[in-house]
Ligand binder design. Structure first.
Ligand code: ZN
Ligand code: ZN
Length: 114
């Protein structure tokens, strides 16, 4: 026996007492999806700016490509980090390379790696 009367939601639907309207559920799901989508982006932004600084400093200290001696433009991870942050930031895993070396042999090495 219901003790409370159904209510009329802002969207015009009549909703039983204690039950969330479909429009609220949808709004919450959308809010959560937006929140989830924004979170990694914000993290990635911080990560990127730190990486840009570290990378620029590393290239200043290592101005030539370790493979061919051309001016270096890219800090390559010797062991592909695959999202492993400690491997990503480990400087002994960094090498300065030029774009042709990075887009050529290194990427095919990375593709071959398990
Ligand atoms: Zn509603
Ligand atoms: Zn090179």
């Amino acid at each position: 026996m219901p003790t409370r009367a159904p209510r009329v939601c802002g969207c015009g639907r009549v909703v039983a007492s204690g039950v969330r309207c479909a429009c609220q559920i949808k709004r919450d799901a959308e809010r959560k999806a937006r929140h989830d989508a924004a979170r990694p982006t914000a993290r990635a932004r911080g990560y990127d700016s730190k990486w840009q600084r570290e990378r620029a400093a590393y290239l200043l200290a290592h101005p030539t490509c370790v493979r061919c001696g051309a001016p270096s433009t890219i800090v390559n991870h010797i062991i592909p980090h695959r999202g492993d942050r400690s491997l990503f930031w480990r400087r002994s895993n960094w090498e300065a390379v030029c774009t042709p070396c990075h887009s050529g042999p290194i990427q095919s090495e990375e593709r071959r790696a398990p």
